[in-house]
Design a protein around this ligand. Structure first.
Ligand SMILES: *Cc1c(COP(=O)(O)O)cnc(C)c1O
Length: 367
């Protein structure tokens, strides 16, 4: 049996252990320390976001953003329906009401349905959480202007799109807040972790305060409000620094893997890949495609028999039992993508040979 091909396993740069050793030597294991600052500086430099906070996860970073924007009970929060649960769970933490918006041909949020939702909701929504799915940019210029015209805060869920850009501007830097994830299968990983960015210094300071149990600046432990334990540890930030050193290489490799899949499968009429919209540069975190005839579950099972991990696309939020009472504006785009698509192995240590092996198994087993 060939060794297992995972969907998107961690890929270390080689410097992680050295930096972790430094952390241990200094005994700044926890809570914060020099590597947290270094990691945040790296993110600032790469994304050009002026204010940055390292957190325990992207979900935590999204929660902080909603809390700072004052989202609470009875507020509507618009969100991409075609996304991962971590993107929208914080809406529930705040007791607010999610309103799920479907995708369009780009697979990302439909500006048309966004406008429709804003027009038809009984009350002005406060925030939009926009996901750049699978590392590919949403129609961000149009979405930014819709949010501005309607006085709606924009939070970019760039958990999957670190290193992607639109017109040269980095994903995560268009909104009032942007969020990145360093969870285990993302393009970079700290084993678990997140980043919150903003152009608003006060907001990031407030986020830092809330993320450290809302402790007042006193010698004793004084609390006027309740916060969270949401900061990143210095040990994990050391991993993050080593990972950031290779972000450019990782983006290039993800895009190369996509081009190998495309090359190998281009003869097959029934296959369509997730698009890259004009003026954008995606990180191709995962290579994703749909079949027009073949059942994707059949392909997933066949790949599994050959020790190759693949997965269905995200199940849209408006189809999740947990959200059965939530509002949504959909026209079946994401539902159709969900029932016809798969994510292919896209780890940055993959070889061209691995990709060819996956492609020949797909080609041999079409409908
Ligand atoms: C992974 C992911 C998250 C959550 O990130 P964590 O760091 O695991 O909390 C949120 N949104 C999207 C779109 C994701 O893919």
């Amino acid at each position: 049996m060939n060794s297992r091909i995972f969907l998107s396993p961690p890929h270390m740069s080689g410097n992680e252990q050295t930096y972790i050793d430094e952390v241990f030597k200094s005994n700044y294991i926890a809570p914060l320390g020099a590597y947290v600052n270094k990691f945040e500086d790296y993110i600032k430099e790469y994304t050009t976001a002026p204010y940055v906070l390292a957190t325990s996860s992207a979900t935590a970073a999204l929660h902080l953003a909603l809390r700072i924007l004052g989202v609470g009970k009875d507020d509507f929060v618009l969100a991409s329906s075609f996304t991962f649960i971590g993107s929208v769970a914080p809406i529930f933490y705040q007791d607010a009401k999610p309103v799920f918006i479907d995708s369009d041909e780009s697979w990302n949020l439909s500006p048309f349905l966004l406008k429709k939702a804003i027009k038809e909701l009984p009350k002005k929504p406060k925030v939009l959480i926009l996901t750049h799915l699978y590392g590919q940019m949403a129609q961000i210029d149009e979405i930014v202007s819709i949010c501005q015209d309607n006085d709606i805060y924009l939070i970019e869920d760039a958990a999957e799109s670190l290193g992607a850009n639109y017109n040269g501007k980095q994903s995560g830097t268009f909104g009032d807040f942007g969020v990145f994830s360093f969870n285990g299968n993302k393009i970079l990983t700290t084993s678990g972790g997140g980043i919150l960015v903003s152009e608003n210094e006060k907001w990031i300071k407030k986020a830092e305060f809330l993320a450290t149990q809302a402790r007042e600046n006193e010698l004793f432990y004084q609390h006027k409000e309740i916060g969270y334990n949401y900061r990143m540890s210095n040990v994990l930030a050391a991993i993050g620094v080593a990972q950031m050193e290779v972000l450019r290489d990782r983006v290039n490799k993800k895009r190369e893997i996509f081009s190998w899949y495309k090359e190998n499968l281009k003869q097959i009429d029934e296959i369509s890949f997730m698009p890259e919209i004009e003026k954008s540069f995606g990180n191709r975190w995962l290579t994703t495609l749909t079949f027009s005839k073949t059942d994707p579950y059949k392909i997933i099972q066949i790949l599994e028999k050959h020790n190759i991990e693949s997965r269905p696309l995200w199940k849209p939020m408006h189809l999740q039992p947990a959200f059965k009472d939530s509002l949504f504006f959909v026209d079946n785009k994401s539902e159709k993508l969900f029932s016809s698509g798969i994510c292919l192995p896209s780890g940055t240590a993959l070889s061209k040979n691995d990709v060819q092996r996956v492609c020949s198994l797909i080609s041999k087993n079409l409908q």
